[in-house]
Design a protein around this ligand. Structure first.
Ligand SMILES: [Zn+2]
Length: 460
């Protein structure tokens, strides 16, 4: 993966050189700013990222705005976006949410489906994906947050708007039903609301929220379900571990593999009556680095690694239905200012290709450094292994596990309940190591993820 990323960087660099060259040749011909919709630059934007969002080549953007140096754009700068004839106003973009269609998005942003399709150069309205940057015109109206409501028998538009406490004009306009006074029983309508729901899903699915809207290698995805039906699903070829979290709510936490192919991954949901819904999700590369390591050859022998990997896979794929932890995870050691190695790094062992990757975060320490439990949980495994050395795995419930590897000593037994920050062992150099350190893992839905995410944010 590291090699692929380098190729990508080179391609981008070649692109930038070409852009600069074409700017030099065209700057003499630059004319006054063209008319057209505008975009206000935000912190973190580059001319390249803006060109990706609006599908306008960097050269055209630069030319339309008399920009000689593409790196010299600044937050708050207003850029004319060429390629939208007949359109005026300020363009914005938001990620498409799971369960949305061009129709529901048109309603949300107060634009016609045709206009929204044109703005986004959508060629196939059936293949909008979650996390796709959706371009819209600011201030066009619409219902930024909407709820799906089902009408009652014999209910009139006036009665419905009175019941919801909203303007009937807004309800009529928002639903595109001008000239009608009566509603069909059970008709699905959209009403402005406080809840931010995906309004285009078939009603059998209730509301589904996927956060974030796009997946990233090594990241954790939270999928929340609200509604009366039991939902199952799969992300790519991995079945979701759906947890019942309340009377009408359920959720699944799913880790994204560090080596998952960037692009689109299908999220398919099923209700027990056989109804299915499927939509792709954007999967982004995380941009991991590379490292070369020398280790004892027996720790690379599949005869040793495979049975051990299978043993740990069995441990971390057991789903405990109760949530045992609270809040953010804590560092498993008191030393966390710097780290010997980060999660996801592509690895070459003893001169191999970069076919391995780092499944955890490494922390410095010696045999006098205590290893601390990152969160409350139940010890699921604690034993000496060839590659992992003295390894302890803690089950936090809901398919979440943490692993503590290469310890000189473990102080806990399987079945024991431990609390966040409790000393469970000591750092060491047992197993496949180049020196004493603590290797710390977080597993989500059977996949190792970047542990730092669980320190920085609270899941779900
Ligand atoms: Zn490690």
């Amino acid at each position: 993966m590291g090699a692929a990323r380098n190729r990508y960087n080179r391609r981008v660099r070649v692109g930038v050189v070409l852009v600069v060259f074409s700017l030099l040749t065209s700057s003499a011909l630059a004319t006054a700013q063209q008319d057209g919709p505008v975009y206000v630059v935000e912190a973190g934007d580059t001319l390249f990222s803006i060109s990706q969002i609006f599908g306008t080549p960097v050269e055209q953007l630069a030319e339309a705005n008399n920009i000689e140096d593409p790196s010299a754009i600044f937050p708050g700068q207003t850029l004319v976006i060429p390629g939208y004839p007949g359109l005026a106003g300020t363009l914005q973009f938001d990620p498409v949410r799971y369960g949305e269609t061009l129709g529901s998005l048109a309603l949300r942003y107060g634009l016609g489906e045709d206009q929204l399709g044109q703005l986004n150069r959508v060629l196939n309205p059936q293949r909008l994906y979650s996390g796709q940057p959706l371009v819209y015109l600011e201030g066009a109206g619409g219902m930024p947050t909407s709820e799906r409501i089902s009408t009652l028998r014999g209910q009139s538009m006036l009665e419905l708007s009175a019941e919801l406490g909203i303007d009937s004009w807004r309800l009529i306009n928002g639903n595109g039903i001008e000239g009608r006074r009566w509603l069909v029983t059970g008709e699905l309508m959209y009403a402005p609301g406080d809840r931010d729901v995906t309004i285009a899903l078939p009603p059998e699915f209730g509301s589904v929220t996927v956060s974030p809207e796009s997946a990233t290698q090594g990241g954790t995805l939270t999928i929340q379900f609200e509604g009366p039906n039991q939902i199952t699903g799969r992300l790519g070829d991995r079945p979701l571990q759906v947890i019942v979290a309340g009377e009408a709510s359920a959720l699944a936490l799913q880790g994204i593999h560090a080596l998952a192919e960037p692009g689109l991954v299908e999220l398919e949901l099923m209700v027990d009556d056989g109804t299915r819904y499927s939509q792709p999700l954007l999967l982004r590369a995380a941009g991991y680095g590379q490292e070369f390591l020398q280790v004892p050859p027996e720790t690379l022998d599949p005869a040793n690694t495979q049975p051990e990997d299978e043993l740990i896979a069995r441990v971390v794929n057991m789903v405990t239905p109760e949530k045992l932890w609270e809040g953010k995870f804590v560092y498993p050691s008191t030393y966390f200012e710097t780290f010997p190695s980060f999660f996801g790094t592509r690895r070459s062992y003893n001169g191999s290709g970069f076919i391995y990757y780092h499944t955890g975060l490494d922390l410095f320490g010696s045999s006098s450094t205590p290893v601390l439990a990152s969160a409350r949980g139940r010890v699921a495994f604690s034993n000496l292994l060839t590659v992992r050395g003295n390894a302890t795995y803690i089950d936090h419930g809901w398919g979440i596990y943490t692993g503590y590897l290469h310890q000189s000593q473990s102080l806990v037994e399987p079945g024991e309940i431990v609390t966040a920050g409790q000393t469970i062992g000591y750092v060491g150099g047992t197993g496949r190591v180049t020196g004493a350190h603590l290797h710390w893992e977080v597993w989500v839905g059977g996949v190792p993820v970047d542990p730092l995410n669980w320190i920085q944010a609270e899941f779900p």
